[in-house]
Ligand binder design. Structure first.
Ligand code: ASP
Ligand code: MG
Length: 424
């Protein structure tokens, strides 16, 4: 017998039929004797609809926060999950599973005061644990909690993954199963490379890199949290028949386990290839090479809420001028350039050059720590396809390469094959 948190995303609860299907997944685990808590998202498209309704409302004079009156924005957005939790509790009851819905504030899931983008601070799981002991399933609303001002706060888009992992940590669950519309984590995007394979296991660190480099299976923050608390997290599909053979196999169900690297026996050097579209490159030419220049460039960009990703700076030839290249999301390019124009004189550079529509391809694997030549292999393979590299950054377990958007798919396929990920 184990304790499991089961999380169902928006597409898994998209309509009433799908909610009944989810109930059958839950019943399977309850019938196997496990203690179960469920975390749900809003029905697919619901949160977007709520956001658009909020946007239609007139603004108070002088209110230019991104979330309007953030407390009311949260009141509106939190309703999506509330609906799902009630519907699923009824669906469970109708097939003989004792279930009760829980809003974030009822548990409570305590959050910071940052309405619209709150962080989970603390969860009191005692009452849920008590009821699980009596065989009752808690159906918890994801994406929300109770802020110090005693009002509902939401966690930022996609936040129900984070809710699920946090609830699993608080309940000391054996596993957090994330049910979604894909059946696991793949070596790369199967829409680009049909030979992509589902990974049976991936380490927290690799998953964190994959998620932040563009793979959209899980919210990045949920992976961070799982890593910090050591929550074994399982990505699997809700679209399979809940009673198909193997679905209830606790030790080896179909899907991908995200776990500590010690649990991964057969470690590959490279685990996956990720890509992020819509990158833009900015190069500052002949920047003064003196202390404070980087702060002078990236400080104002940060203040303008622009997320800078890759940064490449050269050592200057004569100690006085250098070039500085970095990337920002294409959507922020215009804003970034105007911020930099404004500080041009105080920083001191000759020209700004920029280009949009680039792609960042990343090779990820913890095996890189102990293997030489992984980067050289990538560069050679891309060169053979005539793909020009614009910038490179690396970490211990990742190599990211910036290239022209037109070569994205070719680069992903080339790298996927050169590291042998097509095989097996
Ligand atoms: N319903 C919320 C959203 O769409 C939270 C989530 O689904 O993770 O962002
Ligand atoms: Mg999601």
């Amino acid at each position: 017998m184990a304790r499991i948190v089961m999380k169902f995303g928006g597409t898994s609860v998209a309509d009433i039929a799908r909610i009944h299907n989810v109930a059958r997944h839950v019943k399977r685990e309850v019938d196997a004797g496990h203690e179960v808590a469920v975390v749900v998202s809003a029905m697919a498209g619901k949160t977007n609809e709520l956001v658009s309704w909020a946007r239609e409302m007139p603004r108070a004079a002088g209110d230019n926060s991104p979330f309007f009156d953030a407390r009311e924005y949260d009141t509106i957005l939190a309703s999506g999950e509330q609906v799902t939790s009630g519907l699923l509790a009824i669906a469970l009851q109708s097939i003989g599973v004792d279930a009760r819905s829980w809003q974030g504030w009822q548990i409570p899931i305590r959050t910071s005061n940052a309405h619209g983008a709150a962080r989970i601070l603390e969860i009191d799981g005692s009452e849920i644990v008590r009821r699980m002991g009596l065989g009752q399933v808690a159906v918890v609303t994801g994406f929300q909690g109770l802020a110090p001002d005693n009002r509902v706060a939401t966690l930022g888009r996609g936040g129900s993954d984070t809710s699920a992992v946090a609830v699993a940590a608080a309940l000391k669950a054996d596993r957090c199963d994330i049910y979604t519309d894909v059946d696991g984590v793949y070596t790369t995007d199967p829409r680009i490379e049909p030979k992509a394979r589902r990974l049976s296991r991936i380490s927290f660190e690799e998953m964190l890199e994959l998620a932040s480099q563009g793979a959209k299976v899980l919210q990045v923050r949920s992976v961070e949290l799982a890593m910090v608390h050591g929550v074994r997290t399982f990505v699997r599909s809700s679209f399979e028949d809940p009673d198909a053979p193997g679905m209830g196999d606790f030790d080896n169900p179909p899907g991908t386990l995200i776990c500590d690297e010690d649990e991964i026996v057969e470690q590959q050097v490279v685990t996956g290839i990720a890509y992020a579209k819509d990158e833009a490159q900015i190069s500052l030419r002949r920047v003064a090479d003196r202390p404070g220049v980087s702060a002078g460039i990236f400080g104002p960009l940060a203040e303008a809420n622009i997320n800078v990703d890759m940064i490449v700076q050269n050592v200057s030839e004569d100690g006085s001028k250098t070039d500085m290249t970095f990337t920002v999301p294409t959507g922020d390019l215009e804003k970034a350039v105007s911020v930099l124009e404004n500080v041009k004189d105080s920083i001191g550079f000759d020209a700004i050059q920029s280009e949009a529509g680039l792609v960042k391809v990343s090779v990820i694997g913890i095996g890189m720590r102990s293997h030489a030549g992984v980067a050289a292999t990538a560069f050679k393979a891309l060169a053979e396809k005539g793909i020009n590299i614009r910038a490179i950054t690396t970490s211990e377990i990742k190599i990211s390469i910036l290239i022209d958007g037109a070569y994205a798919e070719l680069a992903v396929r080339t790298l996927h094959s050169v590291y042998g990920l097509d095989k097996q």
